[in-house]
Write a protein that binds this ligand. Sequence first.
Ligand code: AMP
Ligand code: GLY
Length: 423
Amino acid sequence: MRVLIVGSGGREHAIAYCVAKSGKVDKIYCTPGNAGIAEYAECAPIGAMEFDKIVAYAKEKSIDLVIVGMDDPLVGGLVDELEAAGIRAFGPKKNAAILEGSKAFSKNLMKKYGIPTAAYETFTEPEEALAYLETAKFPIVLKADGLALGKGVLICNTSEEAKEGVKTIMQDKKFGSAGDEIVIEEFMVGREVSVLSFVDGNTIKTMTSAQDHKRAGDGDTGLNTGGMGTFSPSPFYTKEVEEFCNQHIYQATVDAMKAEGRPFKGVIFFGLMLTEDGPKVLEYNARFGDPEAQVVLPRMKNDIIEVVEACIDGTLDQVNFRFEDNAAVCVVLASDGYPVAYEKGFPVTGLERFEQEDGYYCFHAGTKFDGDTIVTSGGRVLGVTAKGKDLKEARANAYAAAEWVKFDNKYMRHDIGKAIDEA
Ligand code: AMP
Ligand code: GLY
């Protein structure tokens, strides 16, 4: 089988790693890919939103299966275009990817079907949003409706901050048309857990849990980023929490999408907050999380192609999920200054060691080849993942391995997984 992966981050590298392990795969392609993915895949410089070119490339290479890793092409309808051209594709169609593409849609869905989430209102007029803030309780959370690279969420402690936020999102259009509508929601307190799942339209099977660290600085300070590190499993995702989510959240979401005439096939990522009143949905994503995928996928024992095909064919109920009984931690190595401004183009060294040591992975996010040299090309450069018998061992291993890699302006958080000490 010939497989094409669409995307260029650590998530797609982790997917490529699993695809390469599958006994069913002869050749892997990736658009656009990066210097790490190039180890497994033939990469072509086609952007993830260049749908016509991706379809033409898939035909030219006689691709049997396309796996779309990224949110933008899913929300934009790449899977629909591939299917229309007779190419098998994994991921939700446009009418289902709206679960991530519109926060107003997902909040309204949860309200309609009684899925636990923060109380909220939606607004398309800034004046109405501002009027609502007059009587609101603080802190409060503002969310641009559409995709905003994970940056469209503002937590506002005061009325002034919130008014400024409405201006930023709806009037200054900092996130473009993603800010045409705004969700204003109750601030929740609790621990966050990410649960990724495979879905075939009817059946949902969840994977092992994980936790992300979204802020740039140690101690959860600084700006929100795409994610600075993850650990898996989360010790806070107990049997009771899982049981609650099975009853009230997971299948309920899949059934709601089906009832709305938007059957979801692909990966649903549940961003959960474990509040005093029980688990609530913070957000849905319509794809693997990044860097969650970098700790979850290396622990999956199943052949990823079998799982993906079961999702497409509607036979997921016959798949038995197996995860390793261990733990993994991923520390993101970023360019200093991320997520705002940073220099790139620096040579990366020390990568060979990951090929020699079992249970250690270096997933590339922002790298490219400059001649034969791998150089930095983005904010998040690499995700260093290590396994261990438990979270503490995995964390120690990941931080040891983070030292193997060198590049100028290397930056990382030093407290990824620190929360496990409180478990
Ligand atoms: P989202 O993109 O919706 O996951 O939001 C990004 C981050 O903002 C989340 O991971 C939370 O840390 C925080 N957040 C979002 N919504 C809320 C909320 N209602 N209460 C508290 N924190 C929130
Ligand atoms: N790690 C969060 C995300 O992928 O959206």
